[in-house]
Design a protein around this ligand. Structure first.
Ligand code: F0G
Length: 458
């Protein structure tokens, strides 16, 4: 018979995790003000809050750490990373930062001014935050297909060229300096952007004389989907696809905590020496000197190795198949999820689970709380709380998707854990009609509120 799939690695080091009782979880949730970010990690059995910085490094990455060069300037670790970025991503210039949002902060200090408009595909919350903090506007140009969760469409992360055209038609050209394309599109469900779409957006940007910046946290997963779904790429290696993707970009911001499988780190890479020089000034102010910028030498070494491993087909296949394994179980049980299953997470459509709870009572947060109470599983709301208030009207933005994201850390949990997660979701789903009340906000920050929001269960 045909042999089933198995991961292309074995486990060498383990960390214990703890189960708890429902009574304990009720108490802890009360103490956490119904914000799952406030839980202690040992109050969580299976932690799906994020796939960011939570993966397991390889033995080669740990070995590379031991060779980290901690010189303040000109460390060999910096040059290792510079070579990896040049060889794998094709960029001549790069600036290390401590994580992805730091890369955004430094780059946007050069590129974003008050009154600017930044079109893109479902900007991630820190990206949007750094734009709105500078009194500029992020305009979402994601294709409409992304908003129909049951619809099977291979590249739901794509940018809608007509929406893009409209942004340029309606705004003063001097206000738009770049387009940002997020690969994969996290907020719409870890959905990929096709090479065709990247090419079209790049041609559009050139025609308009603006830059194309790629928010690249999950660029390798994006390449995996191009290889497995887009005609003409089936025989190309992930590294070949990655190299082609970046030929269309002028610059990239990177949160290395995802596809480069390190616990902390980020960078900006660019073609223009002029842009590098301008960003360098801010980097020295905010992050550190140009040859470390917020990272230690050992971390740069692990990142260089992680970029190489993370762009191997086997690494990606093991990871994405596990996410699919969980997602397909939920689909089998008719639990509404964003389809097809994305690269890094399963996104449950809470609007479809709890149509009886008013939208103003935050359906996705309610579902995330129920899932924690059920089995100590911590997911995250990607819905109206995360969307923040409109910076001008200060109204809640209830227009978008209401997801609970179950992000799967890389090389961390087994499929037995996936089975527990699926069963817990099924139990909550089966009693969904008994849950008729959501939550209300009692305290919130003016921007990026979901990290610190305090909530009351109604
Ligand atoms: N861009 C994308 C697409 C992201 O998903 C993230 C982080 C960032 C930028 C910011 O990077 O965390 O290193 O500062 N996403 C994490 C998540 C936090 O859970 O999805 P960072």
């Amino acid at each position: 018979m045909e042999l089933p799939f198995a991961e292309s690695y074995r486990i060498k080091m383990v960390a214990p995790i703890k189960k708890s009782t429902r009574e304990q979880r009720e108490q802890w949730l009360k103490e956490a003000k119904n914000n799952l970010f406030n839980l202690k990690s040992d109050q969580v059995f299976i932690d799906l809050l994020t796939d960011s910085g939570t993966g397991a490094m390889s033995e080669q990455q740990w070995a590379a750490m031991m060779l980290g060069d901690e010189s303040y300037a000109g460390a060999s670790s910096y040059y290792n990373l510079k070579n990896a970025i040049k060889n794998i991503l094709g960029f001549e210039h790069f600036i290390p930062t401590h994580q992805g949002r730091a890369a955004e902060n430094v780059l946007f200090s050069v590129l974003v001014e008050e009154g600017d408009v930044v079109p893109g595909n479902s900007h991630f919350d820190t990206t949007k935050g750094h734009i709105e903090f500078r009194k500029a506007t992020a305009v979402d140009c994601t294709i409409d297909e992304a908003f129909h969760t049951e619809l099977e469409y291979p590249f739901k992360g794509n940018v809608d060229l007509n929406k893009l055209e409209k942004v340029f038609a309606e705004n003063d050209a001097s206000k738009i300096k770049f387009i940002i394309v997020t690969i994969t599109n996290n907020t719409s469900g870890g959905q990929p952007v096709s090479m065709q779409n990247i090419k079209e957006v790049s041609a559009f940007a050139k025609k308009k004389g603006v830059m194309l910046v790629m928010d690249s946290a999950r660029f390798a997963e994006n390449a995996y989907f191009i290889k497995t779904r887009e005609k003409g790429y089936e025989n190309k290696t992930i590294k070949e696809i990655v190299a082609e993707m970046y030929t269309y970009a002028d610059a990239m911001t990177m949160s290395s905590k995802k596809d480069a499988i390190v616990n902390m780190g980020g960078f900006i890479a660019m073609r223009s020496k002029d842009l590098f020089d301008k960003a360098a000034v801010f980097n020295i102010m905010f992050e550190g000197f140009l040859t470390y910028g917020g990272m230690s030498g050992r971390d740069m070494n692990a990142l260089a190795q992680g970029l190489d491993e993370g762009t191997e087909f086997e690494t990606l296949e093991s990871r994405i198949k596990q996410v699919e394994y969980l997602g397909n179980k939920l689909i089998e049980w008719s639990i509404p999820v964003q389809r097809p299953i994305g690269g890094h997470a399963v996104f449950i459509d809470a609007d479809k689970v709890f149509p009886n709870i008013p939208k103003t009572e935050f359906r996705a947060q309610t579902l995330a709380l129920e899932l924690y109470l059920e089995a100590g599983i911590r997911g995250v709301e990607i819905g109206a709380i995360l969307a923040d208030r409109d910076p001008v009207t200060r109204e809640n933005r209830f227009g978008g998707l209401e997801f609970v994201r179950l992000a799967i850390p890389r090389r961390t949990y087994t499929n037995n854990h996936m089975d527990v997660i699926a069963a817990a979701i099924k139990n909550v789903f089966d009693r969904r009609n008994e849950i008729t009340k959501g939550v209300k906000i009692v305290k919130e920050a003016p921007i990026m509120r979901h990290f610190t929001v305090e909530l009351e269960r109604l």
